[in-house]
Ligand binder design. Sequence first.
Ligand code: PAF
Length: 283
Amino acid sequence: MTKILRTIDEVHQQVNLWKQAGERIAFVPTMGNLHAGHLALVEAAAKTGDRVVVSIFVNPMQFGENEDLDQYPRTLEEDVGKLSRYNVDLVFAPMVSEIYPESVDNATTVEVPKLSGILEGECRPGFFKGVATVVNKLFNIVQPDVAIFGEKDFQQLLVIKQMVSDLAMPVEIQSVATRREPDGLAMSSRNGYLNDEERVLATLIHACLEKLVEAVLAGENPAFAVGHASHELDEQGFLVDYVVVRRQHDLAVPEQDDRALIVLAAARLGSVRLIDNIPFTLS
Ligand code: PAF
């Protein structure tokens, strides 16, 4: 039976009982509007934990002024229905005032400077401060032994790992590979904003990244291959924020000896901003 709790005190009480019983708590933080990508995180949590907690909180601190905070889909009832089929023990669905009692602007914040100023952080100033702050707070509330994140938000995953390491937080971070639609589009709550025509075009992001990986593996000059991918998206009507080849562990520009690489892209299709990535290894 999935329990839904709204307050920090209630979650603390429940979690303390589990901790006293020596149970391992696995946590999946989400903003709701759950799709198969989220459910894969929940499955991974169930494999590693005795208890599974999912949070559903549309975090205002990680949305910029002109972003889709008001429009972001809030589907708590359907989400809880899905989670109860996955034997989730607890859904934490707080109000904004529970997480930010002094208002979002007056909240104490957490920043991970090095990784937060590039790529997504450059396009969405304040985004990673919002993510790190809320994840830190959620960790303090849920006190998980392990937390699971999706690799679709690869930079977010690195930011969280960095925060956990820098602040010596007693939580293990696990990740799950990106879940895709049959045509390759990475699953995302924001895909629901795409109209029919945009939905067809959206698959090009993944297709371009796949070609980019192939080109780099075939020894093509990465800068040339990136230019080609970016141009192709541009021609199909995308507004490209970035297409890049980086190294996996810190998203810096790769050096000669780096082998574990990743291609990442962010582009806007109409009003919908899509991101995707493919990690790969040079032989
Ligand atoms: O990836 C998300 O859904 C959010 O950024 C997260 C990690 C739940 C923090 O609000």
